[in-house]
Design a protein. Structure first.
Length: 301
């Protein structure tokens, strides 16, 4: 019997939503396997999934998996994942094993219908982060030059970085804060809309604040959702402060987003309407996102 991917777990979120830190944290579990990094090349080696070839953006529905060619594409993609799987120690699974895949790539925010068709038993973890912090971090990522995804797409802000949502061509000459807000909004709206079609027991939504403030409690909650136990090695690692994620640009600081406060105020009308919907999607006992605008003094709902 060939290796089987049972109920793979996809971490969903806007770019720069702390999903890398969550992935690195959960990857310490003895019961989860991953390819060790984001799956950009794994997906985009196939022309129907590559925005620089046949796809128009990172948005993927189930359509590329239809018909005989689609079935072959799906099998090739599942095989590509299986061949790259490693556990937390770097060991490969046995050829006939049944394993739990943990996958995190920000572009997957736009691929939920595709992933649900590719893996009909998949689980989805939606991680949300305070939008002021999240959008400010997207802006910093663009400016760093470290997150270029499509160097052939030139914009007034440099080559295209991070997520490529539908409608990206209309943002090539827009200010950076508008592009960042567009990427955040596109990711969140697609996740909300697409997860609504997934059975409730196969999706959950949590706040990045939980990861930063109580990582053991969040890990316990997510492992219960995923359906694997807490092992001793993972538990020991959670007794120590979480290290900075591999994609951290500089050390976190409280209210670091305020250096982008004026830019955030300009795009806040595009952002605020989604916060209520995100808070409504959060799992019980999850702290809500703050709703106060940049420069405001309000509090979370």
């Amino acid at each position: 019997m060939p290796l089987r991917l049972d109920r793979p777990v996809f971490l969903m979120g806007a770019p720069r939503s702390c999903s890398t830190l969550l992935f690195e944290t959960l990857s310490r579990s003895a019961h989860l396997w991953s390819i060790g990094h984001e799956s950009h090349r794994l997906f985009e080696q196939f022309p129907p999934l590559d925005p620089m070839a046949l796809a128009d953006s990172n948005r993927l529905t189930a359509e590329p998996l239809q018909g005989d060619r689609g079935a072959a594409l799906g099998e090739a993609l599942r095989t590509a994942f299986a061949r790259r799987l490693r556990d937390r120690d770097g060991a490969r699974p046995a050829p006939d094993a049944t394993v739990r895949l943990l996958e995190k790539t920000p572009k997957n925010a736009l691929r939920i219908p595709f992933l649900a068709a590719l893996f009909p038993d998949a689980l989805f973890v939606h991680l949300v982060r305070d939008p002021k912090e999240n959008i400010a971090s997207i802006m910093e990522a663009w400016r760093s030059g470290r997150f270029v995804t499509y160097p052939s797409i030139t914009t007034v802000n440099g080559p295209w970085s991070l997520l490529l949502p539908p409608g990206w061509r209309a943002r090539l000459d827009r200010p950076l804060e508008e592009v960042a807000a567009f990427q955040w909004r596109s990711a969140q709206q697609h996740i909300l809309d697409d997860l609504a079609a997934i059975p409730r027991d196969r999706r959950c939504t949590v706040n990045a604040a939980e990861l930063l403030e109580a990582p053991r409690a969040l890990a316990d909650k997510l492992l219960r959702f995923i359906g694997v136990p807490m092992d001793e090695g993972f538990a020991r690692s959670l007794a120590e402060p979480l290290p900075l994620s591999v994609h951290t640009l500089d050390a976190p600081r409280p209210d670091k987003w305020r250096q982008h406060g004026e830019a955030l105020q300009r795009v806040w009308p595009q952002v605020a309407p989604l916060i209520e919907a995100l808070n409504a999607a959060l799992d019980p006992d999850t702290p809500p996102l703050r709703t106060d605008p940049p420069g405001g003094s309000g509090s979370a709902v």
